[in-house]
Write a protein that binds this ligand. Sequence first.
Ligand code: NAP
Length: 254
Amino acid sequence: MERSFAGRRALVTGAGKGIGRDTAKALFASGAQVVAVSRTQEDLVSLAQECPGIETLCVDLGDWEATERSLSTIGPVDLLVNNAGVALLQPFLEVTKEACDRSFDVNYRSVIQVSQIVSRGLIARGSPGAIVNVSSQASQCALKDHAIYCSTKSAMDMLTKVMALELGPHKIRVNTVNPTVVMTAMGKANWNDSKKSEAMLSRIPLGKFAASRYHPIPLAEVEDVVNSILFLLSDRSAMTTGSALLVDGGYLVG
Ligand code: NAP
């Protein structure tokens, strides 16, 4: 897919590892100026070494005040990827206040906060923009031990629609990508158990998880989820807003 993001400035949250890191690298390779936001400084240092010129910002997005301070001087941003997330799995009867608060603060509340900051800037400049929220197939189906996680992603899907409704008149598009399992650090932590992952795979018509750089795929191939994120950020999806793009190999068809 031909894409150029030259002249656009993109902010990616959770860019230290996994999907966010690959997205930041793909945007950088496509000519965008990239601001990589994440929680662990060493990840950002190594990312900046891989992509000289990338800007980095280390902040815990679950901390409203710290995020407000860090992003107050962020400057103009045209493209935003709200990717940072945690998956704290607990059986429903054992769900704790701490896991619930942390999950909603990071997966949901930070999306509101960062999107407000970026959108206010776009509106003030009269510039068009695109926001992609990284949701999950788990927003649309119940998964065992995923009570909080599924709920944060369902809330994100609906937030995305309301944002699309209210930001559309300002020429800001807002969409989600909803991947199946990706074997990132998060994916490995939750799906390494072969019995569990085989049960999931058996329900995916395409018979595989979404590709990530952690799989032995040719280097030139951009991973499945990043491809969809870049499509939704690009003008190729200029008439698409408020949608959820499934990257689930067909998991949700049945
Ligand atoms: P990952 O490998 O765990 O990477 C997540 C990144 O987000 C890390 O760099 C992490 O930094 C950062 N992050 C987490 N909490 C943060 C916070 N409070 N402030 C700033 N940065 C924070 O996860 P991933 O698999 O790439 O997941 C990325 C997104 O895709 C998430 O929203 C996830 O829900 C979604 N998703 C993942 C899968 C999957 O199977 N992997 C499937 C569907 C959807 P630290 O490591 O320093 O905390």
